[in-house]
Write a protein that binds this ligand. Structure first.
Ligand SMILES: [Zn+2]
Length: 226
């Protein structure tokens, strides 16, 4: 009788332990599950072809005001005379990436050596002026998927895009049109890698940026940088 009681007590104790382990495990698993569920859609704002004086700085003002970080794919030759703008991009915590030294397709894509020389020249410019070593690369003109491994061997992460604001495709598009194109092309994408341009002709892009940021914020997205 006593033995039976003892066995039963051990069995009950074991069941309690199992229940504790079960719910304990569930509790500990619940935290990451919730944070996973709360993991918002990611938006990468990427700006190509800068720096420029007015447009890049206007974009930086907006990013600073909205507390949003972005990635700038820089053309090395356009840095000269705008060194402070390049330094500002880095100082305000944005990512600087390589987008060629010249943006002249004929020279950049003349061969593998030419492509690598061009990337190295742009990287050297960024590093000399802003004091950071770029680790991301975007092909001028996009495409060139077959060349990806070449750049990756040099240590770059190669970045394309899956949404556009249309500032290069549509000449003189209004800020409203750019905003709508960004919203439309980003639909159902996660992450969103949005292509924008901060070169001199793109005042409308800078004008559209606050609304673009407001849209993604309202959708609960988080802004990321490469
Ligand atoms: Zn470009």
């Amino acid at each position: 009788m006593r033995k039976t009681f003892f066995t039963a007590a051990i069995a009950i104790f074991a069941v309690v332990l199992m229940l504790l382990a079960h719910f304990g495990a569930r509790l500990t698993m619940t935290a990451p599950t919730f944070s996973f569920a709360a993991q918002a859609r990611e938006v990468y704002l990427t700006f190509d072809d800068g720096p420029s004086e007015v447009v890049t700085n206007r974009i930086l003002d907006t990013l600073q005001k909205e507390q949003v970080k972005a990635t700038f794919f820089v053309v090395g030759d356009r840095v000269w005379g705008r060194e402070n703008t390049l330094r500002r991009i880095a100082a305000e915590g944005h990512t600087l990436g390589v987008h060629s030294q010249t943006h002249r397709y004929g020279e950049i894509y003349a061969g593998d050596d030419a492509l690598l020389r061009d990337a190295a020249a742009c990287a050297a410019t960024i590093s000399r002026v802003a004091g950071v070593t770029p680790r991301v690369y975007r092909f001028p003109g996009g495409g060139h998927f077959e060349k990806r491994a070449l750049l990756e061997r040099e240590g770059y992460r190669v970045v394309w895009w899956n949404a556009v604001c249309g500032d290069e495709e549509t000449r003189n598009a209004s800020a409203q049109t750019l905003f709508q194109t960004a919203v439309d092309t980003a639909q159902n994408k996660d992450p969103v890698v949005l292509l924008l341009h901060d070169s001199a002709p793109h005042a409308a892009t800078a004008e559209a940026l606050p609304a673009i940021i407001a849209h993604f914020k309202a959708e609960g997205c988080v802004f990321c940088q490469f």
